[in-house]
Each structure stands twice: as C-alpha cells, then as structure tokens.
Ligand binder design. Structure first.
Ligand code: PNS
Length: 166
C-alpha cells in the first residue's frame, strides 16, 4: 500500500491544490492531505477550519483523507508509516525553496522521498495568498477555489468589504 503525504498550509485550499490531490490519488493507493499547524504564520483560517474545508473539497475522492500535524514533517511522515512527500511545483520560482526543503527533509530522514507534481498549466499563477487578497478586496474568486472555500471566504470578508471613498 503506497501512502503519499501531501503537506501544506492550505490557507485556503485552491483549485491548484485540488488538481495536485486528484493527480496524486491516481498514482498512490492513499493520499493524506496533511494540514500544518504553523504557529509562525498567522493563517486566515484556523487549523480546524482548514482541515474541515479540505475535507469537504476531497470527499468525492475515495482514497484521499485529511489530517493535521505539528512539528517536523519528516516525523509526521514516519508516524504515518510512509516515506513519500508530494509537493506541487507551479513554476521555476517555486523550485529553489522546494529543492532546499526536499534536501533538508532528506538530510533529516534519508528514507524520505519528495515527489514534485505539476498542476494543470492554468493554475500556475494561483496561490492561496492571492486568492485571499482578491477576496478581501471584493473580487470574485469563483474560478480559483472549490465552492466550499469560496463560501468560507465570502463569510469572512462579506462584512468587511472596503468602502469606496469616492
Ligand atoms: O503550503 P506551504 O506553506 O508551502 O507548506 C509548507 C510546509 C507545511 C510543507 C512546511 O512548512 C513544513 O514542512 N512544515 C513543517 C515543519 C518542518 O518540517 N520544517 C522543516 C522543513 S525542511
């Protein structure tokens, strides 16, 4: 049974993340989407909210589960009884950081392999950060995120839309 861990902040999950999950689910027996509890960042959505949202967006894929973790990723991967990490690569600009992280994870645990997957080319510009900014400024994020995420963003920002001063 080949289990792959797809870790990330998922604050929030975008269609690009979902595309990677769907591709990984075709290759591996089981894909665990692992939402990180990152205290250093201040996420828009709590870990429980991010986990819940990812869960709603992947409920149609039978071999995908959602979990959360804190601490070192390599320790979590080991606890889950696997050695495979999936990361998405959108563009060359992602490469340097991802390369560094993959090699550091290998240094921490030489059994761990990081596998990079490319999302559909139409998602190469997409990021959770941009999606949040667009939603905060009242833009339409429908093309960029699954419906449960759009609803959650609407709920957060609908009462705080910037008022025009003109
Ligand atoms: O979605 P993100 O924010 O790009 O995901 C980054 C993530 C969660 C994969 C990375 O921050 C991580 O692995 N965090 C866990 C702590 C850890 O293991 N740090 C050392 C990485 S070499």
């Amino acid at each position: 049974m080949r289990i792959a861990i797809y870790p990330g902040s998922f604050d929030p999950l975008t269609n690009g993340h979902l595309d990677i999950i769907q591709r990984a689910a075709k290759i591996f027996d089981r894909v665990v989407v692992a939402v990180v509890k990152n205290d250093s960042k201040s996420p828009l959505f709590s870990m429980a909210e991010r986990q819940h949202l990812v869960g709603r967006c992947v409920e149609h894929i039978s071999n995908v589960e959602v979990d959360c973790f804190s601490g070192l990723l390599v320790n979590y991967v080991e606890r889950r009884g696997t050695d495979i990490i999936i990361r998405g690569l959108r563009a060359v600009s992602d490469f340097e950081f991802e390369f560094q992280m993959a090699l550091m994870n290998r240094k921490l645990n030489e059994r761990v392999e990081t596998i990079f997957m490319m999302p559909k080319d139409t998602y190469t510009f997409l990021s959770s950060g941009l999606v949040k900014e667009i939603a905060r400024l009242g833009g339409d994020v429908t093309p960029f995120v699954p419906p449960p995420v759009r609803e959650a963003l609407d709920a957060v920002f609908s009462s705080t839309l910037p008022q025009s001063t003109v």
